[in-house]
Write a protein that binds this ligand. Structure first.
Ligand SMILES: [Zn+2]
Length: 190
């Protein structure tokens, strides 16, 4: 089995209604963690209003340094950066442009970075997206964002993906999706 690192940079909520944290990310990551014996889970300790750990500018914070230390010292093979998005057509400018409606929103968005040309290899996200679609999960790969945690993983030669869960997923559906994700990880290591 692979050694998996699960990072949740926007898990720290302040209890308000606006989207200043990822409401479903912690639950989704804890579910993955409980299903993956050799996984390490790192939740955020600060709300993103104060520090957005997923950005380049937070690269030298203790939290980010710790992630790089874990990747190097724990023999990590695969990094999953876990996020969630609110179920509205405003999520990701992408949807408005394509004139998509609420009901057509994906269950899962895989967000890949557009910057840092040296580390733009998106093959893991592309393959993972295909796998989810094949298993009847409404997944969409979107390129955009300053996803510096997954880029850090790639800089250290670790397969790294960023998963955004739709926050309107039921517990049952979340469980189904996570079981498929686990299957994929097991497939990778076999
Ligand atoms: Zn997030």
């Amino acid at each position: 089995m692979k050694n998996i690192l699960l990072t949740v940079p926007h898990s720290k909520c302040l209890g308000k209604k606006d989207h200043i944290c990822d409401y479903l990310a912690e639950k989704a990551a804890k579910s993955l963690h409980s299903k993956l014996e050799f996984s390490i889970l790192i939740l955020s300790d600060v709300n993103r209003t104060f520090i957005d750990y997923n950005r380049k500018k937070s690269k030298n914070t203790k939290w980010r340094e710790n992630i790089r230390k874990i990747i190097l010292s724990k023999n990590i093979d695969f990094l999953i950066d876990v996020h969630s998005f609110p179920p509205s057509s405003e999520s990701f400018g992408f949807f408005k442009k394509d004139n998509e409606t609420y009901s057509s929103l994906p269950e899962i968005v895989l967000l890949d970075s557009y910057y840092d040309e040296k580390f733009l290899d998106r093959s893991t996200s592309i393959e993972f997206n295909k796998y989810l679609l094949k298993n009847n999960i409404k997944s969409k790969l979107i390129v955009g964002g300053d996803n510096d945690i997954t880029l850090d993983g790639r800089r250290l030669n670790i397969k790294s993906i960023l998963i955004e869960y739709n926050e309107s997923l039921t517990s049952q559906r979340l469980d189904y999706i996570n079981n498929i994700i686990i299957k994929y990880i097991i497939k990778l290591s076999s």
